[in-house]
Design a binder for this molecule. Structure first.
Ligand SMILES: Cc1ncc(COP(=O)(O)O)c(C=O)c1O
Length: 441
């Protein structure tokens, strides 16, 4: 429930990610793909095909458009659509965080900051991470303008064209597409869905992590499945990466949204990795502190990488806005109650939604260990993209197609449960009515 009466925004306007906003289909390959990128300009030359070709380079044109966004485009402008398609909490950022941002603006803090972030925020993050995981000096922490930007920066720092990058899928599409922007080869290792649960075949992953692999990216707890690595699995993966010199990037955005045990966070590579080794963690203020629109995140990286990360921050965003960083200081230093509230609220929402969905005919669903999505299987479903479009038009319900998260997601639908129970109940009611009348396809 939004607590800001004057907020006035409809949930359908909320967005999940930068890339999810790209509503463009990749253009087909051109016949002149091998032509030089910048042919000599000569106004006396006759028109050439390349002169009027104003498209992006091939790797960018080949990026997949977001199917989540395509489904949302079918109904975003209709106020009667009940939307759960994006990964975004429905509560406004807590007042003490907004006030810290507003106070910074009132002080006139409208200037560039240090590339790595303002000292109080780096210090607060270092203290927070040292408490949650391992002793972390602030010199190993870089503040970024979102978790998305953190991922992009790390991949820019580590991946060259042709490098082999391994990811575990189903997965938030941005993680699969980011390395492709750098012209890397992405290989997907699929989780398997057995008896209602997503599990990793660890041997399969280790076999994919060959000495020719540059980087493995793992999002745990995972969007969309909620699958979460155990600490023992993490140790095995890290040992293997060490043996082959493979970089490990952990996308820890959902680490505080973990429901399995009474642990303060999901198991993390940061709990035992050597601070000097090839392990990077990326994170975000978006989910646990309810700050999606602020665009604030961070990176924890080995000291040897930091100077180069600083250059990349300079050449990407230069810094995140000062007032946003001051809001971040409030979130980190005073926000444990917010995290606890968010986690308890999402756990209740998860239990409610999963319980309700499990009662519907032809739906297989299990309570996820972490993150904020129910990823459920629909009996007989072979085209989740078309199905979710039908849900928009016929049930006025906005969900995300499983196929958006990789081929293993086909047959599934993702529902973000970071929402109050009345909305969830209305959504379940709409789905039940639709299932009663629909032919699955
Ligand atoms: C797995 C995962 N990583 C990273 C992010 C990035 O979050 P943000 O860019 O809002 O910080 C998201 C957002 O949906 C996500 O689901």
């Amino acid at each position: 429930m939004r607590t800001d009466a004057d907020d006035g925004t409809d949930l359908v306007r909320l967005h999940e990610s930068t890339a999810a906003q790209y509503n463009l289909r990749a253009a087909p390959m051109r016949s002149d793909e091998a032509a030089p990128a910048h042919p000599a300009s000569d106004s006396t030359m006759p028109d050439s095909p390349s002169r009027h070709d104003a498209t992006a380079r091939a790797a960018v044109r080949a990026l997949a458009a977001s199917q989540i966004r395509e489904v949302a485009n079918e109904g975003m402008d209709s106020p009667d659509i009940l939307a759960f398609w994006f990964g975004e909490p429905d509560e406004v950022t807590p007042a003490f965080i907004r006030e810290a941002g507003a106070a910074s603006l009132a002080r006139g803090e409208t200037f560039y900051t240090q590339n790595f972030g303002i000292p109080p925020l780096r210090a607060a993050l270092a203290e927070y991470l040292s408490r949650l995981h391992r002793p972390t000096p602030e010199s190993n922490v870089a503040v970024t303008a979102s978790g998305m930007s953190a991922l992009m920066l790390v991949v820019e720092a580590l991946v060259a064209p042709g490098d082999r990058v391994v990811v575990v899928t189903p997965l938030w599409p941005n993680l699969v597409e980011i390395p492709k922007i750098l012209s890397a080869q992405v290989e997907c290792v699929p989780l398997t869905f057995r008896a209602g649960e997503w599990t990793l075949d660890l041997d399969h992953l280790l076999a994919a992590l060959t000495p020719r692999t540059r980087l493995v990216m793992i999002n745990s707890p995972n969007n969309p499945t909620g699958w979460t690595l155990t600490s023992a699995e993490q140790r095995t993966i890290l040992e293997h990466c060490r043996r082959h010199g493979i970089w490990l990037v952990a996308d820890d955005v959902y680490e505080r949204l973990y429901y399995r045990e009474d642990a303060p966070a999901a198991p993390s590579f940061l709990d035992f990795a050597d601070p000097e080794e090839r392990v990077v963690s990326t994170n975000s203020f978006s989910k646990s502190w309810l700050m999606t629109g602020w665009r604030l995140g961070w990176i924890v990286a080995p000291p040897a990488l930091m100077a180069d990360l600083g250059k990349l921050i300079e050449y990407n965003t230069s810094c995140s806005p000062a007032f946003v960083q001051h809001a971040g200081v409030a979130a980190i230093t005073q926000g444990e109650a917010t995290v606890a509230h968010t986690r308890a609220r999402f756990r209740r929402a998860r239990d409610y939604l999963v319980g309700e969905l499990a009662r519907l005919p032809g739906i297989e669903v299990a309570a996820p260990a972490g993150a904020m999505y129910a990823f459920f299987r629909v009996d007989g479903l072979s085209d989740s993209f078309a199905y979710c479009k039908r849900l928009v038009h016929e049930a006025r319900l906005g969900l995300a197609p499983g196929s958006a998260f990789g081929p293993e997601g086909e047959g599934f639908v993702r529902w973000c449960f970071a929402s109050d129970e009345a909305r969830l109940a209305d959504g379940v009611h709409r789905l039940a009515r639709f299932l009663g009348s629909a032919q699955i396809g």
